[in-house]
Write a protein that binds this ligand. Structure first.
Ligand SMILES: *Cc1c(COP(=O)(O)O)cnc(C)c1O
Ligand SMILES: [Zn+2]
Length: 402
């Protein structure tokens, strides 16, 4: 059997939609989620274990109906790497990093792009567009190239130039806006009016499905025994929504049982709309004032998201929490974990470590839990934005100090 996809359903109002034609948002303005006929899934975890180590090993739980439409660069099955020295310093001994830096284009955006582009290709879409803070543009442009599709990307000028260069290399039309991600979104919307299909965050249903595989992999890699806590750097929240969806589907399949992990949404104090809403008990999040949204962790510099209610639900239903960390703690955690454990993380990933430290010192974590944090991308993607003093130049005949 291949995909068990049955239909699409609005995450907010529950309205059903046909999954076999291109769809964007519900008429209520909220995201559509893919639903599966899980009763028809007969594959077992043991059979899955024998399949190739990429995310398509979960094909029954993914939306692509004909395997011939899969557009792949080998994405998936990233390692779960312990960071024991950082863990000791933070007071959380069983601390694991799911290292998404190893994916094509160096970020977990490759998961969403692989599944999103594959399904778009299957539905006959040939031109896609999206705003991006960098990593999404690189990933979707690359997979679009692989599929023979055209891609049009709009990025804020401050977003890392390296990821933009990758999108250019992959043949995408790349525009740069003197503004923030929401401004890029408004420009990309013009392309949508001209017939380009929007693959912006949560505006099509399948990016979530790709990101969902992070949750399935964590479960499989731990022998279908879940960690106590999963910590995720939250921008649009797609990954967190996806991980929650994965856990729900695996439980319905009977592949996991017992208590689910507590899910933690991490944001930067410079842009923390979800954390603010969580703390105030709100069901949705008011957008962060766009002119005040600022963090070096560009992937989570997202002032407002269509999936706010889904993120807040996921956090609350799991007994999790939402926490904001300042940029200086993010950059300190990045440098510390690189030096202590050789784990190079993007600023967004490092934000989860800074959050673990805060949650432990505040007592939310006891220190006995197994904690998985997501390193959503490669440090190298931020080469041009990392704070790095210029080196002192030695003359070739200098005597090395020290
Ligand atoms: C996009 C991005 C995020 C945020 O992703 P969401 O799933 O939309 O919240 C986090 N980290 C990195 C590196 C990103 O590129
Ligand atoms: Zn709806």
């Amino acid at each position: 059997m291949s995909s068990a996809l049955s239909h699409l359903e609005c995450g907010r109002c529950g309205t059903r939609y046909d999954a076999d034609v291109p769809q964007n948002l519900c008429t209520c303005g909220r995201p559509l989620l893919a639903r599966y006929d899980l009763g028809r899934v007969t594959v077992t975890p043991a059979e899955v274990a024998a399949r190739p180590p990429d995310l398509w090993r979960y094909r029954e739980l993914l939306p692509v109906r004909d395997p011939g439409n899969v557009v792949t660069l080998g994405e998936g099955m990233t390692p779960l790497v312990p960071v024991p020295r950082f863990g000791v310093r933070a007071g959380v001994l069983d601390l694991l990093v799911k290292d998404e830096a190893l994916l094509p284009t160096g970020s977990f955006k490759a998961r969403g792009a692989a599944v999103g582009v594959s399904r778009a290709h299957e539905l006959g879409i040939t031109r896609i567009t999206m705003p991006t803070n960098g990593n999404a543009g690189a990933a979707w442009a690359t997979y679009a190239a692989r599929a023979g599709m055209e891609a049009l990307v709009v990025a804020p000028a401050l977003a890392p130039a390296f990821t933009r260069a990758e999108a250019v290399l992959a043949g995408a039309r790349v525009h740069v806006v003197d503004g923030l991600i929401a401004d890029a979104g408004r420009l990309a919307a013009q392309a949508v009016e001209r017939g380009w299909f929007s693959t912006a965050t949560l505006r099509e249903p399948y990016r979530v499905e790709g990101k969902k595989t992070m949750g399935i992999e964590i479960a499989e890699q731990l022998g279908w025994r879940l960690p106590d806590v999963i910590v995720y750097p939250t921008g649009g929240g797609v990954g967190l929504i996806g991980i929650r969806k994965a856990l729900d589907e695996l439980r319905e399949l009977g592949w996991i049982s017992g208590p689910l992990p507590r899910l933690v949404a991490v944001q930067a104090t410079g842009c923390a709309p979800i954390v603010r809403a969580f703390e105030s008990g709100a069901e949705t999040a008011d957008p962060w004032p766009a002119d005040q949204a600022r963090t070096a962790a560009f992937g989570i510099n997202v002032a407002g998201t269509l999936g706010d209610f889904l993120v807040l639900d996921a956090v609350r239903d799991s007994g999790g929490t939402a926490v904001a960390v300042p940029d200086d703690e993010i950059m300190a955690a990045q440098a510390e974990c690189a030096a202590s454990d050789g784990m190079l993380m993007c600023p967004e990933g490092a934000a989860t470590l800074a959050a673990v430290r805060r949650l432990r010192s505040g007592g939310w974590l006891s220190g006995d839990e197994r904690v998985v944090v997501l390193n959503t991308g490669a440090a190298a993607n931020y080469a041009d934005t990392l704070p790095m003093p210029p080196p002192a130049l030695l003359s070739p005949d200098a005597v090395l100090p020290g």
